[in-house]
Write a protein that binds this ligand. Structure first.
Ligand code: DGJ
Length: 730
């Protein structure tokens, strides 16, 4: 049974002013199943006394053990809720600052707190902390999503000192967990090999994960982690904290074990080269750490995050998506109008909703015929597209599909009119040789003129082509030689991301419903900061299904299927069925020349798209159960169950080619169905003429399917199997 908190949820409203801090003050931040409990100790410091399962009796929070002191007889403690630097704390700080008078010590003492309703099923708890010696304060913010068991934590820093204060570190969250042992799963990667997980047991000392790439959080390290308590992470049991930072730039996560075997977690913007100068009377607000505490392993954590993302973060998270045909893999930069018009018609024949024109459509002085020129000059290339984009939009619509377009508006090739005209708009050092990444450089989004330009590129496309149906927003370069000649600051990395969000805020205000894909040279920028604006993301340029099974599996830990774009391409030559089945576990699309398909491949694909349409409620809006991991089983199995539990789909793939590898024994136990209901199981996505060994006339109880399971009969002749599970009543 799903747990739903009724709308009549009673929110507690408590405002406690600072009087004498004699009595212990407890601040429970609760969701339906979890609680983070803060306490003010008798010196007025804020500590964390519990983070985990919610207690049934809130009155018992006062019985929680209190402070973990640095050492007996010392006055400092490990479980601070926001560790200040430079005074008594000798631990990795959450915040480090130099006051206007040059003093670099901080102490933060509780002033007051408040918990109030903050939108549907949400509470917002704010705790004000202040330095007793300086007019310097920090508000810790905790937004609790009741039904989804997700917390968002961020801090707001402000002061009224005589001059600016320098902030050297400003974490979003400072957490503290108690268990004997901790197993950290983090994700690293590179182009075409994104989000590879690695699990490691935390040992004494500090483990730091970070990124310094500037424009993209991901590549090398992704801004997300799973921390499993007492055992390596399990899929459906055990306590796990899953966290991810909503920030599209440099991040830092630090995990520090204390001598009592508790772990401190510090998460936020990477302080690397980002000292922030905060003027008096101004606020500095950090991005949010988004996290969930699961008592049902990584599976429970993912389902909570998926629900949260659909309900509260991703635009139209509970809506529909367009299936598309892209031309990147099919044509790269080599196309003209007739070629594109043929592709639209093919798209319609296939049955997709939209055609997406990728890179290569712009630039005249420096035509974009390869990746060495043209970025920045967003005018149609006259040789390739003599009639302009408007003509293509109309032709696509005439063919019966919508038209979408690729842009990379944050970037510039040195070979472009834009670079020639505005060399000062580029991030680069005056006294160093120009450094390029994929032959391009990053525009200085800390500069309002550049923000205006980037906004204008996108706005101009829509103004000229009001029925433009889709944007793919790419970002292929990292920031080298981080320096802005227009805005020389010590925090360009921070201002860059803020500049990007300003542009996206404006665009979303004007175009709230247009679908937009977040892309970054594959999946190098996938985070919930950007996903506030984008309906979906491109996980990787690697579309080989045998790799994709792993890549999608890893993204699914944090991001829902509705936002995960998967395309059927010719990257590998495995059968079209395998490619399609894998791509269906998310937002399905194509990137191939339809006219090159064999007749049975086309027939199969047309039917698969119809099946997909029927299964979207389960895949897009349902719960995901990762039944068998590709890392530990011959057969990887993912099961999507609709919210009403009346439709489900089981995807199973052979991922091991050893002798007799397959799903013969034992059957795969399903999850998430209603035990008392009856279901039929039918194999779909069969190639024309293929027969299925699955008997679709049998009616199973949900209880049987979840207790005994079923065998999808995956083997070396049936390497990929899709089963549609349909409720038929009691
Ligand atoms: C990188 C993206 O990941 C690809 O899908 C494609 O859009 C290229 N850029 C175009 O340059």
């Amino acid at each position: 049974m799903r747990f739903l908190v009724t709308l009549s949820l009673l929110f507690s409203l408590s405002v406690i002013a600072q009087t004498a801090i004699a009595a212990i003050i407890e601040i429970p931040i609760e969701t339906a199943r979890t609680a983070l409990v803060l306490r003010v100790n008798n010196e007025g410091h804020l500590v964390i006394v519990h983070h985990g399962k919610r207690l049934q009796r809130a009155s018992e929070y006062s019985r929680l053990p209190g402070i973990t002191y640095l050492s007996e007889g010392y006055s400092d403690f490990y479980n601070a809720a926001y560790t200040p630097a430079g005074s008594r704390s000798l631990l990795e700080p959450a915040i480090q600052a130099t006051h206007a008078d040059g003093n670099s010590s901080l102490d933060l003492v509780y002033v007051r707190h408040e918990t109030k309703p903050a939108g549907q099923g949400q509470t917002l708890t704010t705790v004000l902390l202040k330095d007793p010696q300086y007019p310097f304060e920090v508000t810790l913010n905790f937004r609790a999503y009741q039904n989804e068991d997700v917390l968002e934590s961020w801090s707001t820093i402000r002061h009224t000192e005589k001059k600016a204060v320098r902030l050297q570190k400003y974490a979003s969250a400072n957490l503290y967990l108690s268990a004997g042992t901790y197993f950290l799963t983090h994700y690293h990667g590179n182009w075409a090999s994104e989000v590879r997980p690695e699990e490691t047991q935390l040992t004494a000392g500090m483990k730091v994960l970070d990124s310094k790439l500037g424009t993209r959080a991901q590549m090398l390290q992704s801004p997300m982690f799973m921390l499993s308590l007492n055992q390596p992470a399990q899929e459906e049991q055990g306590e796990v904290l899953a966290g991810t930072l909503a920030w599209s730039g440099n991040f830092q996560f630090a995990f520090e074990l204390d001598p009592y075997h508790n772990v401190r977690v510090l998460a936020g913007i990477n302080p690397y080269a980002s000292e922030y100068t905060l003027e008096p009377g101004r606020d500095f607000t950090t991005p949010a750490l988004i996290y969930t505490f699961s008592t049902q392993g990584t599976g429970g954590a993912s389902r909570s995050l998926h629900r949260w993302a659909r309900n509260h973060r991703i635009p139209q998270g509970n809506g529909d998506r367009l299936t598309l045909l892209n031309n990147w893999e099919a044509t790269q930069f080599d196309f003209d109008e007739p070629k594109l018009v043929d592709l639209f018609k093919d798209g319609k024949k296939l049955g997709v909703d939209l055609f997406l024109l990728d890179d290569g459509w712009f630039g005249n002085t420096f035509p974009r015929n390869n990746d060495r020129a043209g970025l920045g000059d967003w005018q149609e290339n006259k040789a390739k597209l003599p009639h302009g984009l408007g003509y293509l939009v109309k032709e696509a619509e005439a063919a019966g599909v919508k038209f979408g377009i690729w842009i990379e508006p944050e970037m510039v090739n040195p070979k472009s009119d834009l670079y020639t005209k505005h060399p000062d708009w580029v991030i680069k050092l005056p006294n160093r040789e120009n450094a390029v990444f994929r032959n391009q450089q990053v525009l200085d989004l800390s500069n309002p003129a550049v923000q205006e330009f980037v906004y204008g590129v996108v706005d101009g496309l829509f103004t000229k082509n009001p029925s433009l149906g889709y944007i793919k927003w790419d970002c292929n370069a990292v920031i080298y030689n981080a320096y802005s000649s227009v805005n020389p600051t010590s925090h360009l990395y921070v201002d860059y991301v803020r500049g990007l969000y300003k542009v996206l805020d404006r665009l979303r205000a004007k175009y709230p419903t247009v679908p937009m894909m977040l892309c970054s040279g594959g999946g190098a920028r996938v985070d919930y900061g950007a996903l506030k604006y984008f309906t979906e993301f491109w996980p990787s340029d690697n579309t080989s299904p045998s790799e994709r099974i792993f890549i999608q599996y890893n993204y699914s830990m944090f991001f829902p299927a509705i936002a995960t774009c998967n395309h059927v391409t010719n990257w590998s030559n495995v059968p079209i069925k395998f490619r399609t089945d894998v791509a269906m576990m998310g937002k399905l699309g194509y990137d191939l020349v339809v006219s090159h398909m064999k007749p049975d491949e086309l027939t199969f694909s047309q039917q698969a798209l119809k099946n997909y349409e029927r299964l979207k409620p389960a895949i897009y809006h349902g719960d995901l159960y990762r039944l068998q991991s590709p890392y530990t089983h011959d057969v990887a199995s993912m099961f999507y169950v609709s919210e009403k539990q009346d439709k489900a789909v089981l995807f199973s793939y052979l991922v091991n080619s050893r002798f007799k590898a397959g799903s013969d024994l034992p059957p795969i136990r399903l999850r998430g169905l209603q035990p008392e209901k009856r279901y039929t199981v039918q194999e779909i996505n069969l190639m024309p003429g293929a027969k299925s060994p699955i008997d679709s006339t049998i009616s199973y109880s949900g209880d049987f399917l979840m207790t005994v399971g079923l065998n999808p009969a995956v083997n070396d002749r049936r390497t990929s199997v899709v089963l549609e599970v349909t409720e038929t009543g009691r």
